[in-house]
Design a binder for this molecule. Structure first.
Ligand code: GUN
Ligand code: FE
Length: 445
């Protein structure tokens, strides 16, 4: 537990809106009862009169950001990163289903705590996550998430067509529904709302209509989230077309099953027609853009401008194991690379700036999760989900010749995006509790 209340001094940076950046070069945050109580210049806050003196953590050359938000990742897949050079469907068959199939019993119990430690070490404070198809994989996932102190939305993977596992085909659907409901009743809203449930039909290729409709109905009944994959890959879309000949398009399949809601997170959404984009926007459903994954699997280039113009809330996802790291700085870097690649073919596209990638990984993700009121930026009253980054660790010569004073806020953000990662994380906080502190980072107590 962190002392209460306490202050942290550093270079504050946040992005409250797409295209806008705020900073306090020598700033500070005061945290009380897990919330941001004061924000401003360090000199002002230090001199302020308070009922009792507070403890200060002087992180002088560090940057303080809102915690990073990962809107789409897979707990059981982390051990299989960087495997295979095929596209989505053969990659799932050859590399992923075999690993998910093993994610139960002692293996799941061993890996789940390690996974969430890695999430925290990467500076991510909120993650929306898929477990494997087994009830215990999700149960141990929630237990580990609870212990980690992170904010986690998790769900048991649902699939009843071409699934892995030992169940007789006739039983797969009913077991999937019963276990998902049981997990939701136990965990949705647990740890004072820090843990939430997401009904998680994998995608239309591996889910019957009955399963998708039931998932949508249960999510509505419990006020829980929904997560699935949409329009990631050409072969996938072709398969869905053949399975659902009567549907107008892929999005229509989900629409008809009730899966498009304001609590829905749609992973990928690369190959969408204008009608589908409009339908997602009209339903106020949300999108997780997963650029590291889309590059690894050669899935396609996300049309960021079109989805933004439609008003869709967009967050970023590491999509491990198709994305190779849980590092959201790497995901931001790849989001920029994807828009640069598009601009080579379409020169009139608006440029994407580092501050905009950073917005998507913080405030954008918060909006996509319906959590703008509580996380995503450094505003007084929000929960103190923070990331403290060691800036000299990102400079080419480290502390030697460090000239941080010469850098603008945009420069510092670009340094974090293009060179950032777990090696530079000093501390990660969720609700004012330190969930990760780097070895050697002085503990003030
Ligand atoms: N589509 C359906 N399942 C998956 C998955 O596990 N990863 C990715 N990237 N796409 C999917
Ligand atoms: Fe995924």
């Amino acid at each position: 537990m962190s002392p209460n209340p306490f202050g942290i001094r550093g270079y504050l940076i946040d992005a409250p809106a797409y295209g806008s950046l705020r900073s306090h070069p020598d700033g500070a945050i005061v945290i009380a009862d897990g919330k941001i109580a004061e924000v401003g210049a360090y000199d002002d806050l230090r001199k302020r009169q308070r009922p009792a003196p507070i403890r200060w953590f002087d992180r002088g050359t560090a940057a303080i950001f809102p915690g990073l938000i990962d809107c789409h990742t897979h707990l059981p897949q982390y051990s299989a990163v960087a495997r295979g050079e095929s596209q989505l469907l053969p990659w799932l068959r050859e590399n992923i289903f075999p690993v998910e199939r093993e994610f139960t019993g002692p293996r799941a119990r061993q890996e789940a705590p390690l996974f969430f430690q890695e999430v925290a070490r990467n500076g991510t404070t909120t993650a929306m996550v898929y477990a494997a198809i087994y009830e215990d994989s999700c149960e141990v996932g929630f237990e580990a998430a609870e212990k980690s102190g992170l904010r986690v939305i998790l769900g048991k993977m649902m699939m009843d067509l071409g699934s892995y596992g030992q169940l007789q085909p006739k039983k797969i659907l009913s077991v999937s529904l019963i276990e998902s409901e049981r997990l939701c009743r136990k965990w949705h809203g647990a740890a004072e709302g820090r843990l939430e449930y997401a009904f998680s039909p994998r995608f239309a290729v591996t889910c019957s209509e009955k399963l998708m409709r039931s998932a949508a109905e249960m999510a509505q009944r419990f006020g829980a989230y929904l997560q699935t994959h949409l329009a990631e890959n050409a072969e996938e879309i072709e398969k869905v077309h053949h399975l659902h000949m009567a549907a107008r398009d892929y999005t229509d399949v989900y629409e008809k099953c009730g899966l498009l809601t304001p609590k829905t997170m749609l992973g990928h959404c690369i190959h969408l027609h204008a009608r589908e984009i409009d339908a997602i926007a009209a339903a106020q459903a949300n999108v997780a853009h997963c650029p590291t994954s889309n590059l690894f699997l050669g899935s396609g280039l996300f049309k960021l401008d079109r989805l933004l113009n439609a008003g869709i809330a967009i967050g970023l996802g590491s999509d491990v194991a198709a994305g190779p790291e849980l590092n959201m700085w790497q995901v931001m870097r790849s989001a920029l690379a994807v828009q640069k690649a598009r601009a080579m073919i379409e020169p009139h596209l608006p440029r994407m700036r580092p501050s905009e990638a950073f917005y998507l990984a913080t405030s954008g993700g918060a909006r996509a999760l319906g959590k703008s009121a509580s996380i995503g930026s450094l505003d007084v009253g929000k929960e103190a989900d923070l990331l403290v980054v060691d800036l000299p660790a990102l400079l080419p010569y480290g502390k030697i010749g460090a000239r941080l004073d010469d850098l603008s806020t945009e420069d510092i953000l670009a340094l974090c995006i293009y060179r950032g990662g777990p090696h530079a994380t000093l501390e990660t906080y969720v609700r004012g509790n330190c969930v990760y502190r780097a070895p050697g980072c002085p503990d003030p107590e």
